[in-house]
Design a protein around this ligand. Structure first.
Ligand code: NAD
Length: 517
């Protein structure tokens, strides 16, 4: 263990989570087996090796899918509230292990310890939600046009759900999907990010233990490990009716095509290019807090990170100066140390992308307001620590049109009416999160109206990041159109069936059609 890992209790956390030096990356809940290559997981915090996980081979995968299909047949017949009770017990374990799991998330992914704990809290919240949901997986009853007929719809479990997730929310996104899918009666196979394999094994350890203690059939919580090739085992597999994929838009386009070719369903949660509009009526203090947290939190690696700040010319200088000043107070360093605001990027490729973005914005005529750069020296040995940067730019710049997955904030100026700001805000290919800072009711309502934000999430007087699990989460356009988490997002994990029952002695046909024999 490295000095940092020892100082911040990582060894104890790994032990509590049942992790070893070399872990199996393939599990059906009961059995663990892996014959594939080894993936080494290095921490972006200090560059140290955390552990190793064996990836899943094609043969391993066949065992997993067979087990999931078999388990599903039993699980689907268990009453949903009983399935909810299992999720409640799983949640008890999450509550007990919140600290070690939050710590591992922070150490393996690089987000602050507070955000690591927050991620586990999201798991806890969605499980609570799912437990309640298990008693209300309701359909509608409609009046039939035919006498003596009853018509209603009901939801049945879908089958085996494949979950592919990104590195930046290594545990929460899995639980958003599984907690709902489990109470809906589905079996889940999860492929987490190859960049955070230890957290995946830790989560599967918890689920496997709770499930086997509570008589859940094998195969209801499965784990597979590896890169996109392992993900393709699932996307190409017609035994999996739903693929929920979270990650980049380029990944989503490939997944959508592959799953679409076999007429499977995909739930896509892809990249964002989120903006905050700051109007002349904005509360500047709150704007600064919301924008800075949105831009630098998780080192700019949230799908909902604030990438663009669209500021009215009347308050432009005031907002710009306040934000530049606030950036001077940001402390960058070990994310396990709670004095720091910003930890490292996930790896050196991410550092390259971040540096490229800064070069590009300069080349396109942008004006750097806060210089970026890579931090070196003591405490930054991993080479993944960078300085959050700000550039004045224009919305049409190619780099501004793209999602740069790092702490680069573009400030854009608008003049005149709110419509001009909305044109900029909506003038990108992504449609995940958006926000307006204003105390003007007319502006706020217009932003939320049919002519306003075109995103899946539209906030007033809060930033773009930090969604709660109670609402449906997701975005439009190149963000993929999927919805996870709260509200009625559960419906995607079930199949809908419309039932019509004739309790008469006649056989009247719909639309009054006569067919006498
Ligand atoms: P990524 O697209 O590189 O990888 C995501 C996952 O997809 C990984 O598990 C990867 O192995 C898998 N994958 C990649 N290509 C695949 C293929 N062809 N077939 C099957 N699986 C494949 O993304 P990342 O770098 O891990 O995460 C960052 C991205 O995720 C950002 O764009 C971010 O905005 C997005 N994201 C979106 C949301 C959301 O809810 N909208 C949430 C988190 C992250």
């Amino acid at each position: 263990m490295s000095k940092t890992a020892t100082a911040f209790g990582i060894e104890e956390a790994l032990k509590e989570l049942g992790l070893k030096e070399i872990n199996n990356g393939t599990s059906t809940g009961k059995d663990w087996f892996s014959n594939g290559d080894i993936i080494e997981s290095y921490s972006p915090v200090d560059g140290a090796l955390i552990g190793k996980v064996r990836s899943t081979t094609r043969e391993d995968y066949e065992k997993v899918i067979t087990s999931a299909q078999t388990g599903f047949k039993k699980w689907r017949t268990m009453p949903a509230p009983q399935r909810g009770e299992v999720v409640r017990k799983f949640n008890d374990e999450l509550r007990r292990l919140k600290e070690p799991l939050g710590k591992l998330v922070s150490y393996e992914m690089g987000k602050s310890y507070q955000e690591g704990l927050g991620e586990v809290q999201e798991m806890i919240d969605i499980c609570d939600f799912a437990v309640g949901l298990s008693r209300q997986l309701h359909g509608l009853t409609m009046h039939s046009e035919r006498p003596g007929h009853r018509m209603y719809e009901q939801y049945h479990p879908l089958g085996v759900v494949g979950i592919i997730s990104a590195f930046n929310f290594p545990v929460a996104v899995w639980s958003w999907n599984t907690a709902l899918a489990w109470v809906c009666g589905d079996a889940c196979i999860w492929k987490g990010s190859e960049k955070t394999p230890m957290t995946s094994v830790a989560c599967q350890n918890i689920a496997a233990r709770v499930f086997s203690e509570n008589g859940v059939p094998e195969g209801i919580s499965c784990l597979i490990t590896g890169d996109y090739k392992v993900g393709e085992y699932m996307t190409k597999d017609e035994r999996i009716p739903l693929i929920s994929a979270t990650g980049s838009t380029s990944m989503g386009k490939i997944v959508a095509k592959t799953v679409g070719e076999r007429l499977g369903k995909s739930l896509l949660e892809l990249g964002g290019n989120n903006a905050i509009i700051v109007t002349p009526d904005a509360n500047i203090k709150n704007t600064v807090i919301g924008a800075v947290f949105g831009a630098v939190g998780t080192c700019g690696q949230r799908c909902t990170s604030t990438r663009r700040l669209i500021v009215h010319e009347d308050v432009y200088d005031k907002v710009k100066n306040a934000i530049v000043d606030a950036y001077k107070q940001i402390r960058i360093g070990n994310p396990l140390d709670e004095n720091n605001h910003v930890g490292p990027l996930i790896d050196k490729d991410a550092v390259k992308n971040y540096l490229n973005a800064l070069e590009k914005v300069k080349a396109e005529g942008g004006n750097i307001l806060v210089e970026g750069g890579v931090l070196e020296g003591e405490g930054h040995e991993s080479g993944c620590y960078v300085k959050p940067a700000i550039a004045e730019a224009e919305n049409h710049f190619e780099i501004v049109q793209h999602e740069t997955f790092g702490p680069v904030l573009y400030i854009l100026k608008y003049s005149g009416d709110l419509e001009n700001a909305l044109d900029m805000q909506n003038g990108v290919r992504q449609g995940l999160s958006s926000a307006i800072m204003t105390n003007n009711l007319r502006e706020a309502e217009r932003f939320l109206s049919v002519e306003g934000s075109d995103c899946g999430i539209a906030n007033v007087n809060i930033g773009t990041s930090g969604a709660e699990i109670g609402g449906a989460f997701g975005g439009e356009k190149e963000t993929g159109g999927g919805r996870e988490s709260g509200s009625d997002a559960w419906k995607v994990y079930m199949r809908r069936q419309t039932n019509t029952i004739n309790y008469t002695t006649e056989l009247p046909l719909a639309q009054g059609i006569k067919f006498d024999l």
